[in-house]
Design a protein around this ligand. Structure first.
Ligand code: NAD
Length: 259
């Protein structure tokens, strides 16, 4: 059966381990026929990400710390050598210092604010700058990032990461406007709480996930596989008319006003 992403080259940034949302995304893109290129941050996770890459036919793992422009340049040079370009990018990266994800937002330091927004928000634009000429050369492309409701409403302890997600959501809209004429689409998926290394760093995460499942219209938590299937849709021809959008994959939690 033909895959929705047959013949596409897809870069997935943000696999740290098998619990990362980016990993089921990479598996789903591979299932739909894409050649998957994974990028990882630093030596600490290199071994586990390389092992994951080996389990997907044709996949490779490449290093890239998105806080360093020269590493992003090297990543795209490696992509040119390995795959001759790229059609799709999945940005599944965020970081905030742990101490900024507890207590009051009011206490956020200048350094925590700068690092959180640089890694979690600017990196999408920095990666898009390198991806766009490659996508243009192939007639177009699609970019997807991962966001959260804490960028639209106040969620306890999400703090500076909520401010970062609001800026990320707006970056998606500005990038969509910049790139639409080149047939490049840019969208975000707002995922419900999923247990990963990053989410568990947020104080009270497990209670929050439990409460979300009680209240959400679908009465259950979100799975990374649900997010992965929506990513396939956004990267595929099926979503050719969709750009600048934030799609909530959260069991419908975002529509509930009072419970
Ligand atoms: P994760 O910890 O598995 O993934 C975060 C990734 O960001 C890791 O791979 C980490 O290496 C990478 N990263 C951090 N700093 C980096 C840097 N300087 N350079 C390169 N990579 C860097 O956690 P996750 O939950 O899979 O997070 C993926 C995305 O999904 C994030 O944007 C997160 O905000 C978003 N998200 C998560 C949830 C959730 O509940 N888990 C909900 C909504 C949105």
């Amino acid at each position: 059966m033909a895959g929705l992403l047959d013949g596409k080259v897809a870069l997935v940034l943000g696999v740290a381990n098998r619990f990362s949302i980016a990993w089921p995304i990479a598996q789903a893109l591979h299932r739909e026929g894409a050649r998957v290129l994974l990028s990882y941050q630093g030596d600490r996770v290199e071994r586990s990400v390389r092992q994951l890459a080996e389990s997907l036919d044709g996949a490779i793992a490449l290093p890239c710390d998105v806080g360093d422009d020269s590493q992003i340049d090297s990543l795209f040079e490696a992509i040119d050598r390995e795959a001759g370009g790229v059609d799709a990018v999945v940005h599944s990266i965020a970081f905030a210092p742990t101490e900024a994800l507890d207590g009051a937002y009011l206490a956020t330091s200048r350094e925590a604010f700068r690092t959180s927004l640089e890694v979690s928000v600017y990196s999408l634009t920095a990666v898009a700058q390198r991806a766009v000429p490659r996508m243009e050369a192939r007639g177009g492309g699609s970019i997807v990032t991962l966001t959260y409701l804490g960028g639209e409403r106040v969620v306890p302890h999400y703090n500076v990461m909520g401010v970062a997600k609001a800026a990320l959501d707006m970056s998606v809209r500005y990038l969509a406007a910049d790139l639409g004429a080149k047939n490049i689409r840019v969208n975000a998926i707002s995922a419900g709480p999923i247990s990963t290394a990053s989410s568990r760093a947020i104080k009270g995460f497990l209670q929050m996930a439990h409460r979300t499942a009680e209240i959400a219209p679908l009465r259950r938590t979100t799975t990374a596989e649900e997010v992965a299937d929506t990513t396939v849709y956004l990267l595929s021809h099926l979503a050719r008319g969709v750009t600048g959008e934030v799609i909530h994959v959260d069991s419908g939690y975002h529509v509930v006003g009072m419970a």
